[in-house]
Write a protein that binds this ligand. Structure first.
Ligand code: ADP
Length: 594
């Protein structure tokens, strides 16, 4: 007797191996019907192997079908159901008894009808299968895997339907998890790059860190950052991270209208928008780099322009070994990250500029300080040392004058007189220069001083000219300020002295006042003297600058230069407002530190 053994398989394995088992069952049934074999033997059970004969084969086939997880039905060629197992009826939410006679087509999701018809037709000739959606009686749409096989003997087909809902759910869940995982990694990269920006020391190490962060956190193959070179419209890579293998050397990327400028990076720079090469193998714009990129396993790339107030100055390009793995949300996060990079670069560059400017200012301050000190030293030494020989000239001239005045002629006496006069003036000027050079910050002793007392001291020093000129000096209440008493006395003395000296025909009337303004006191010394023309108002503070000859008014032209220096050393400013004939008002400020 010829027998056929059904392979020893568990129920689960049977389900997994469904298709082949059905085929096998069908073949077995056919073989028995054709008389090719006489019986089939099932695997050894507890009660020994069971032998089925032709009579029992049909019921075996039916039992098998009823036990399966899949829905199985037989259809007539016009698609009417004439047999269904309980699973299919359950899937379609139709009572098993009512299912016979229904058209299976009516359960196909309309969009999938074309596919269904195609596999039905194909199934008549050969086995055919595909994924479609069916609609249950309660309207539920179920994704299924359907296989259609011809049953010539029965003048119909049998269909096997596997419910893919759970599998789809799994796939969807897996896909969603993958997306969230990627988004989460990008978020982490965003956070890490913010840290990198906060701790950035210099531009290159910062950009280097950011590239590493994107590769490490987001899991991309390679990232590089390049800057535009406007002269020849080239993009010069400056930093990169990841698997690169000299790829960047082969790039020659531009942002002109040649084929080297129309790839993702060139386009992103030209448009100021993100640009993606979804598939390097087929994207025609990627042709110039395809060979080298594929050699290194890159499949797609994404480029984001680096912009500073609408102006593109660089780009960040990311390479992936997957075909277009870039999610929409991820692109937005990466754009945000690149926005941060642009801000980081600008901040670092500004800081560098600021630091350089500060260094330059410090350097020039030191230079100014040094040359000031040298000048001070020079003025002091010159004025001090010059006085000695000058004194000798003056005293010998005076000796000449005394001893020989009656022995020489009138001209000679006059000449000696001029020489003595000149020497005296030179002495006065040198003396003034010495006083001027002594007003240095080092010598100043800042203390709380009452300006009224300062004024009184100045007036005592000016007692003689005040009385000689019948000057009337009035003042308002004057504040306590932080300053050097001796220098401030000299300041008041110089200004009031001038107000008396440059008097008009009227008796001098001088008024002193002070008002508090923001962070300083503004003092004024107002007179009714000869006044000055506007054009001279700034010049008069220059050392030895005078508006009059010594015959008109005595003086060397140092008084206001010293006054200005005293005010500056106190951190204030000095200026004058004046009109010829009407009089002048000198103003000066002293910072209020009290
Ligand atoms: P000097 O009085 O020795 O000439 P100053 O430096 O004190 O030197 O003054 C410079 C010039 O400013 C004076 O020559 C004078 O022409 C002008 N000047 C100063 N104070 C007054 C004033 N109160 N009224 C008019 N002119 C003045």
């Amino acid at each position: 007797m010829v027998t056929k053994h059904i392979p020893s398989k568990t129920k689960d394995e049977l389900i997994v191996d469904l298709q082949s088992r059905l085929d096998e069952a069908e073949q077995t049934l056919n073989a028995i019907q054709n008389g090719e074999i006489d019986a089939i033997v099932t695997p050894q059970g507890s009660d020994g192997p069971k032998v089925y004969t032709l009579e029992s084969a049909d019921s075996l086939y039916r039992n098998l079908i009823q036990e399966m997880n899949e829905g199985v039905a037989t259809l007539t060629y016009d698609g009417t159901i004439f047999y269904s197992n309980a699973q299919l009826a359950g899937m379609l939410k139709i009572p098993l008894d009512n299912i016979i006679g229904l058209k299976f087509k009516d359960f196909i999701f309309p969009d999938d009808l074309k596919t269904y018809n195609a596999i039905f037709d194909k199934g008549l000739k050969d086995k055919s299968k595909d994924e479609i959606n069916i609609i249950a009686a309660d309207g539920t749409i179920i994704p299924v895997y359907i296989s259609i096989n011809n049953l010539k003997d029965l003048n119909g087909v049998y269909i096997v339907i596997t419910d893919l809902s759970e599998q789809k759910l799994h796939e969807d869940l897996k896909e969603t998890l993958k997306k969230y995982g990627q988004l989460n990694r990008t978020l982490v990269a965003l956070r890490h790059s913010s840290f990198a920006m906060m701790h950035a020391i210099d531009e290159n190490s910062y950009l280097d860190d950011v590239c590493k962060i994107i590769v490490d956190d987001c899991g991309y193959s390679m990232v590089w950052i390049g800057f535009t070179e406007p002269e020849d419209k080239k993009v010069i890579p400056v930093v990169s991270a990841g698997f690169e293998e000299d790829y960047l050397k082969t790039l020659n990327i531009t942002y002109d209208n040649t084929e080297f400028g129309n790839g993702p990076t060139g386009t992103a720079i030209k448009t100021g928008k993100i640009c993606i090469c979804e598939n390097m193998q087929i994207d025609p714009t990627f042709k110039p780099w395809r060979e080298e990129a594929l050699k290194r396993g890159y499949e797609s790339s994404l480029c984001i322009p680096i912009m500073n107030s609408e102006k593109v100055f660089g780009a960040l390009t990311i390479y992936s070994e997957e075909i277009n793995p870039f999610l929409e949300d991820e692109k937005r996060l990466l754009e945000e990250l690149v926005g941060d990079i642009a801000y980081g670069i600008t901040t670092i560059r500004l800081k560098v500029e600021h630091d350089n400017a500060e260094i330059a200012v410090q350097k020039s301050l030191i230079d100014v300080q040094r040359s000031n000190e040298e000048l001070q030293q020079f003025a002091y030494v010159a004025s001090h040392d010059l006085r000695e020989p000058l004194r000798m000239i003056t005293s010998f001239l005076q000796l000449l004058e005394r001893r020989y005045s009656d022995q020489l002629d009138a001209d000679a006496d006059e000449f000696i007189g001029f020489a003595v006069d000149g020497a005296k003036r030179l002495d006065a000027m040198i003396n003034d220069l010495l006083s001027y050079s002594k007003v240095t910050r080092k010598e100043i002793e800042f203390k709380n001083v009452t300006t009224e007392q300062i004024l009184n001291q100045a007036l005592i020093n000016l007692k003689v000219p005040i009385e000689e000129n019948n000057a009337i000096i009035t003042h308002e209440s004057l504040p306590i300020i932080d300053g050097d008493a001796n220098l401030l006395v000299q300041l008041f003395q110089n200004l009031i002295g001038n107000a008396i000296k440059y008097r008009s025909k009227n008796n001098p009337q001088i008024h002193i006042s002070a008002i508090k303004e923001r962070n300083h006191y503004k003092f004024s010394v107002k007179d009714n003297g000869i006044g000055m023309d506007n054009v001279h108002l700034e010049r008069i503070f220059t050392i030895f600058k005078r508006l009059h000859t010594k015959d008109e008014y005595e003086g060397t032209g140092i008084g206001l230069a010293i006054a200005q220096k005293i005010v500056h050393q106190h951190g204030g400013a000095i200026w004058v407002e004046s009109k010829p004939v009407k009089g002048s008002t000198f103003y000066f400020t002293i910072p209020n530190k009290t």
